[in-house]
Design a protein around this ligand. Structure first.
Ligand SMILES: [Zn+2]
Length: 162
């Protein structure tokens, strides 16, 4: 086992095995792991996904961690950055951390959240893409491209149709 992976195992509360290729998503707000699992479509992957809930964190008190064994081009970092750009991402290849990805707020998200305005054209005409654009990065304000309705910050059970 490489040093990098050994370090991960020691830091975590559970040893669930080393990743050969994949990602460790760390510093997830406690309780958000399921949302991330859904929005990243991890259920579609035919490989190992480990979700660690309520791990102890010096910085955060409690946090969630997700470990995914998957090809390293699989994850959608725009979606991940949109959900929470404070999540840290270690990219693992051949049992080593080869990269630490910096997440940023994407300028636009397509088919990730849904406009709630009943008069919005996306509510009337089905099949239109749900497009939200970042209008105020400081406050993480996203607005519907069509009607400018502000996203209320909640994640829904609605799942993106990609
Ligand atoms: Zn709208």
């Amino acid at each position: 086992m490489s040093e990098a992976v050994t370090k991960h195992v020691e830091e975590g509360t559970l040893n669930i095995g080393a990743l050969h290729e994949g990602f460790v998503l760390d510093h997830i707000k406690a309780g958000m792991a399921q949302t991330i699992y859904r929005y990243l479509h991890l259920g579609r992957l035919d490989c190992q996904v480990a979700i660690i809930k309520n791990a102890t964190s010096h910085k955060m008190g409690r946090k969630d961690i997700i470990k995914v064994e998957c090809p390293i081009d699989y994850l959608d970092f725009d979606v991940l950055g949109f959900i929470d750009d404070n999540i840290t991402v270690d990219v693992i290849k051949d049992n080593k951390v080869i990269e630490k990805k910096k997440l940023t707020l994407p300028h636009r998200v397509v088919n990730v959240i849904k406009c709630k305005n009943p008069r919005c054209i996306t509510s009337i005409e089905h099949g239109l893409d749900q497009i939200f654009e970042l209008t105020d990065p400081e406050n993480k304000t996203y607005r519907c491209k069509y009607c400018e309705t502000k996203w209320d910050g909640t994640f829904m059970h609605w799942v993106a149709y990609k």
